[in-house]
Write a protein that binds this ligand. Structure first.
Ligand code: 7PJ
Length: 295
């Protein structure tokens, strides 16, 4: 990769925050789904969410991704009112308080509208704006949008997914979604693309997608990836989810090296350190304005 490729990059306007993608950024995951050991009703209190989010920012997260609907394989959909009840109190505290944009992991148009009104900085839709009304809600928000590829729905996606060539299928799908976005008036400079690791893919598909990530990067749109603690990491390292840190960091390093601009992770501090090293190599060690050179 030529040095100028590594340091050129768009600046996304995420509400009141500008997000410079001239080097890879870390998105910290903040789940506000109910504690799986309880019977529900036990959501993350906004103050607890703020403490967790602030800690991720201190560790180097430059986006916080808030999600109120589990998209794990086999998960059943959460009704809209329920999703709003989970995330809105958290967004109302986080959006005005954090020094970084808050992204909202949702596929529902009404949740997108409410999130934008509460000051969210980015919409992250694992369904690629395919729900009825989602394109329009995303357009009206004025926010950047991450379009992700998923085969099927979270409930069905791991039922025997098949592809002729997964990289071609994912790229064609995402570019068709970009065209659909442009057709309703969402300019491409507001879009990010995500191959959707683990969403309707076997490990062999996930590994090919990562190996060939440069083909998605070649679209010219910034690429976001989420592999943190996923099955593709566990499959290679033979570790349960809580012990997938090192494999997840390796996945983030590979993605950043191949040109990904955002990595969505649980373990911010470790990922940030590794990604800072990748950035240093790609930029030839140019210090980033506003950040300690660490020399
Ligand atoms: C992703 C996501 C991902 C984007 C989840 C998990 C499952 N959003 N939301 N990309 N994964 N954009 O974190 O294991 O890969 S939820």
């Amino acid at each position: 990769m030529k040095q100028h490729d590594a340091i050129a990059g768009p600046v996304l306007q995420c509400g009141r925050h500008a997000l410079d993608l001239s080097r890879p950024r870390v998105m910290g995951i903040l789940n506000v789904t109910p504690d799986s050991f309880s019977d529900g009703g036990n959501y993350l209190a906004p103050e607890t969410a703020l403490t967790r989010a602030r800690r991720m920012v201190d560790e180097g997260a430059e986006i916080i991704d808030v999600g109120g609907e589990s998209t794990r394989p086999g998960a059943t959909p959460v009704p809209q009112d329920e999703e709003l009840r989970r995330i809105m109190p958290v967004l109302e505290v986080l959006c005005p308080s954090l020094p970084v944009p808050v992204s909202v992991d949702t596929s529902k148009p009404e949740v997108m509208r409410a999130a934008a009104a509460a000051g969210a900085g980015l919409l992250n839709d694992v369904n690629g704006l395919r729900a009825e009304g989602a394109l329009e809600a995303a357009r009206d928000s004025g926010l950047p949008i991450c379009l992700m590829h998923m085969l099927g729905t979270p409930r069905t996606m791991q039922d025997d997914p098949r592809y002729d060539d997964v990289t071609v299928a994912v790229r064609d799908f995402l570019l068709a979604r970009v065209a659909d976005c442009e057709a309703v008036g969402i300019p491409r400079h507001r879009l990010l693309l995500d191959p959707g690791f683990g969403f309707g893919k076997r490990s062999v598909h996930n590994y090919q997608l990562l190996r060939e990530l440069d083909q998605l990067v070649a679209s010219g749109l910034p690429v976001l990836v989420g592999m943190s603690r996923k099955g593709m990491v566990g499959q290679a390292t033979n570790k349960p989810p809580q012990e997938r840190l090192h494999g997840s960091v390796a996945a983030a390093v590979m993605a950043a090296t191949l040109g990904a601009r955002v990595v969505r992770v649980h373990d911010v501090a470790a990922t940030r350190e590794a990604i800072d090293f990748v950035s240093a190599v790609l930029t030839g060690g140019l210090p980033e304005p506003g950040r300690g050179a660490g020399a």
